[in-house]
Design a protein around this ligand. Sequence first.
Ligand SMILES: Cc1cc2nc3c(=O)[nH]c(=O)nc-3n(C[C@H](O)[C@H](O)[C@H](O)COP(=O)(O)OP(=O)(O)OC[C@H]3O[C@@H](n4cnc5c(N)ncnc54)[C@H](O)[C@@H]3O)c2cc1C
Length: 321
Amino acid sequence: MSVLIFIDQADGQIKKSAHEVLSYGAAVAKQLNTTAEALVLGTVSDDLSTLGKYGVSKVHHATNDVFNHIDAQLFTKVIAEVAVNNNASVIVYSQNHTGKAIAGRLSAKLKAGLVSGAVALPDTSNGFVVKKSVFSAKAYANVSVNSAIKIITVNPNSFSVVTGNGVAEVNTINITDANPSVKVTAVNKVSGEISLTEAEIVVSGGRGLKGPENWGIVEDLAKTLHAATACSRPVADTNWRPHHEHVGQTGIQIAPNLYIAIGISGAIQHLAGVNRSKVIVVINKDPEAPFFKAADYGIVGDAFEVVPQLTAEIKKLKGIA
Ligand SMILES: Cc1cc2nc3c(=O)[nH]c(=O)nc-3n(C[C@H](O)[C@H](O)[C@H](O)COP(=O)(O)OP(=O)(O)OC[C@H]3O[C@@H](n4cnc5c(N)ncnc54)[C@H](O)[C@@H]3O)c2cc1C
């Protein structure tokens, strides 16, 4: 019996979000009195033995370069094989794009009960019960899993990263029948931007900014804070900003440490994508804007006055000219 943690890499580097699932999986293993092992797919430049510091004793590394592109069918096949070969009773990974694409397939393949979007460690005092968020994080459900193999996908930013002094053994595996059913012929990446899903700070703008020509104040604040930029749906729908910045129920769901919402009313569909942020700061000229109810800090004021002043003060604090 073991806990297998599947972790993502991008461009050969382990994603920061992986540290959280590693820590979570290691804590589950501790609860079950067993070992935690990780699985990495594709070409990686990072030293995988260092992942031991998050509590895993072994890292299985399938090095075939075909895994450098996400292929949910192929990933499912390999994760299932490694899980069965290593007698994994719990499989853990992140509730991100890849995790969501794999979850249903892996659950069906292994006949494993799946808890998607876990926000806490399992309660093993009476069975195996996992707390997950439901209805766009408006409520929680405690889900009891009774299958022999259990799958947990962890909501980003739900669990603290825990580090120690461990060093992991790296087990390199070559999958001989890694035949993808789809072939990636080209990848066009947006370059020079901070990934919205990985960003610790996100600065987001809404219709209150009046037009795309005014986004300079959002970008300047984002640059000063080393943050990603986001926007509300109507802003993307009217092509003020690209669609990959749209957050909310029908856009990307994020959970940064800090979310700064500028000129966004705080409609329920917008909140559905951002209300798991650790700290929310709202800047809006309307004191009755619904977003203030979800905010940790609020500034009632005109964005065109407040944001440049805020940026200037942060620059001063950071010693940026
Ligand atoms: C099925 C469905 C799905 C949806 N999915 C999403 C989604 O995923 N994401 C999403 O964002 N929306 C979504 N929506 C739309 C959502 O309901 C809202 O219409 C939208 O979020 C409003 O965007 P907004 O806050 O930018 O604009 P508005 O509602 O127009 O709000 C603009 C805000 O800016 C403030 N403001 C104006 N001028 C200034 C100023 N100078 N300084 C400071 N503040 C100012 C105003 O007081 C106001 O609060 C969805 C709607 C539906 C029906």
